[in-house]
Design a protein around this ligand. Structure first.
Ligand code: SF4
Length: 382
């Protein structure tokens, strides 16, 4: 167990994600200028909206664990300044020091017709360059969006990024970010309209990224949507090293209930066919199955981890907490102790398998909303 000064860092991170956190005004000084702020590139992860206040995107615990900042003004967890350092308090108890993450220099650079680069790409955690090439999902039009998803309300509340990003502009932003020397991985996702073939969009984007200085094989992950298996070889040929599939929920009946539109388009069985083929094409460890953790029982979630590891895939489970604008707003997530316990069992299953870690494409520094990388890291996998 990873204990720094007697603190279970995984349970602390889980508490910060499910209970949210606050920061006082003094602690927020420099957020958006010196320190990296939230820019809502796709979803809003806070427990409440904050359209007029710049908040940190994420922060670091003493052992380097990256934690997503999820605002909750009634959380007992609060970040304050003590003797010029940021400290996390639970009520009046001083828990530990924390640090904001530096703001990338490219965020304010202007591009195209004067847009800021941050409106096109953002850095997740400390080293993952994130592009959502089109903030669009067809399921909202029919009220069939996933129950946990707040894509549309996030876009309406913050309107902070371009809805559709041009391949050439994405390449320029990638070149600037790589030139700064902070990013190591790329993460690409986005919805496409019915008339567009998503793989063609991704081909143009990665050609542009390479034109602006990336290597032939680009460390990172594409999350195609919809995730049918037809184009796997073409995705591989774009140069991206890994592919991911957002299965969301392992239990089939819960998947259909929680993700009605998505389940109608892509069944649980279709995901598995795609993942199996993707492992053949991209190689063991270079395929990720992405889950929303906390909306299904421990046993079905762990069944999913075991099966996927057996297939040669890795798993990225994001910690669910109810977001404003989603249909589950106002509900409660499982306890931090539940998350810590289940993710450690998942880590045991991963350690018992023989799948390469995939950390050259997605690592514990990439984002602060998953715990599995941290649970593996406490066992020496980085
Ligand atoms: S598929 Fe589900 S999670 Fe993804 S954008 Fe659409 S509603 Fe949201």
């Amino acid at each position: 167990m990873n204990k720094t000064n007697g603190i279970d860092m995984i349970e602390l991170k889980a508490a910060l994600l499910v209970d949210g956190v606050r920061a006082d005004a003094q602690a927020l000084r420099g957020v958006g200028t010196i320190f990296k702020e939230q820019n809502h590139g796709l979803f809003g992860w806070d427990l409440e909206d904050h359209a007029d206040v710049a908040l940190p995107d994420d922060f670091l615990l003493p052992d380097g664990t990256v934690v997503q900042f999820r605002m909750n003004s009634s959380s007992p967890l609060c970040i304050r300044v003590v003797d010029s350092a940021l400290r996390l308090f639970h009520g009046e108890r001083d828990v530990c020091e924390v640090r904001w993450i530096d703001r990338p220099g490219f965020y304010d650079q202007r591009i195209g017709d004067g847009k800021k680069m941050v409106q096109i790409g953002q850095v997740g955690g400390e080293d993952c360059l994130f592009f959502c090439y089109q903030n669009y999902c067809s399921h909202f039009a029919h009220g069939e969006q996933c129950l946990f998803c707040n894509l549309v309300s996030t876009s309406q509340t913050y309107d902070s990024v371009l809805k559709k990003k041009d391949a050439e502009l994405i390449g320029e932003v990638a070149g600037a970010a790589w030139g700064e020397g902070i990013v190591k991985h790329i993460l690409l996702t986005g919805g496409c309209f019915a008339h567009e073939r998503e793989v063609a969009v991704v081909e143009r984007i990665l050609m542009s990224v390479r034109k602006h200085g990336a290597a032939d094989r680009i460390p990172g992950t594409i999350l195609p949507s919809p995730a049918t298996g037809d184009d796997i070889e073409r995705y591989y040929d774009t140069g991206i090293q890994a592919i991911g599939y957002s299965m969301e929920i392992w239990d089939e009946a819960l998947y259909s209930a929680i993700c009605p539109g998505k389940a109608a388009n892509t069944s649980h069985a279709q995901f598995l066919v795609s993942i199996e083929r993707a492992v053949e094409v991209f190689g063991s460890g270079n395929v990720f199955a992405v889950f929303v953790m906390g909306l299904e029982p421990k046993d079905t979630f762990l069944d999913g981890v075991k099966t996927l590891i057996g297939m040669g895939a890795n798993v990225v489970p994001f910690v669910w907490s109810p977001n404003p604008g989603s249909r589950l707003a106002g509900h409660r997530a499982p306890s931090a102790a539940w998350y810590a316990d289940v993710v450690r069992e998942a880590a045991t299953l991963v350690m018992n398998g023989d799948v390469p870690s995939g950390t050259e494409n997605h690592c514990y520094r990439c984002d602060g909303n998953s715990l599995l990388h941290d649970a593996l890291r406490e066992r020496g996998v980085e």
